[in-house]
Ligand binder design. Sequence first.
Ligand SMILES: [Mg+2]
Length: 412
Amino acid sequence: MVIESAEVVVTSPDRNFVTLRVITDDGLTGLGDATLNGRELAVVGYLREHVVPLLLGRDAHAIEDTWQFLYRGAYWRRGPVTMAAIAAVDVALWDLKAQAAGMPLYQLLGGASRSGLLAYGHASGRDLPEIFESIRRHLDEGYRAIRVQAGVPGLTAIYGIASNATTAGNSGKRYDHEPAQRAALPAEEDWDSASYLRHLPTVFEAVRNEFGPELPLLHDAHHRLTPIQAAKLGKSLEPYDLFWLEDCTPAENQEALRLVRRHTTTPLAIGEVFNTVWDYQQIIREQLIDYVRSAVTHTGGITHLKRVLEYAAQYQIKSGMHGPTDISPVGMAAAMHLGLAIHNFGIQEYMKHGELTDTVFRQSFTFTNGMLHPGDQPGLGVTLDVDAAGKFPYQTAYLPFNRLRDGTVHDW
Ligand SMILES: [Mg+2]
């Protein structure tokens, strides 16, 4: 099975997606997701100029060798652009190998370790009535675990609130599941950690009182806190028994989690912006987290993320793979096959893609009673309609950024 051609498809049905198509001499097409939200074209250039030419004529079965060739052979290692590009190649080769074997990919990864994947959805609101309504809507859709993001009094627009009144420079549309707005410049949002730390525990108290003790609840602090603030938040949320508190600090400083851990038993999830095992080296070895947030798409593909998760398994740390809508249907399928096969699966983030996206990508996964399953088609189970993709050209879009009340740029 020799790689005959490879092409990068950029399409923007509901949002921008970058997909690598790898075609072999026996006529099979493998797909890999290379979408890096807000920096998509950097990965397109990396793939088109520096990776695709190196793939032609290679043995499509040689997944590990190709991974090492692209990682070590580049000399310049790591980083989101490089690791998203390598991930796209890796997932496309796994897709091809599984299609050639006539099996769904999870079978090649060791077979199913469970019957389905517990998924969590995103509920949010500016105030309690909106939050309650959003949680009820997710429960009606079948979700059995729910992330809750709340507006903060005094702040106009913050991460994760679907009904945010949008700020200057925005399109004026609801945020919903896509914070990356189509515009020439990123939207500006506002932030104040003290107000957030005072307000958030009152939200979780109200949500617990309304929905009872059993519903798994998650929350994302989105890298905005200092270690001592994160420790305080974890402690103040303990009575409400969170499934996890996510990205409580910008964890480039892995030692920061020691301080958080010392003060709270709220489970911690970290790593959607990480891209190699080296970003996790200390926090896994010292058992400073409970869930690994990496996506297949941003962490060097199935080959590398499986390695991270096997390392994590030795410390009873589980998967919680990143799965917002900027993980394409190809990237989500890869996550589902990997999640089904590994022993230490924890939970899968899942937001439904828009209707236009479904006209470009044909998917075979199911979502039943809150559980995802990748389906039993050979390979990933996703096909890309190239003609349909061509109807939606790339549109400039950026994730928002944050300023504090005095104008200082802050983590978004
Ligand atoms: Mg997150």
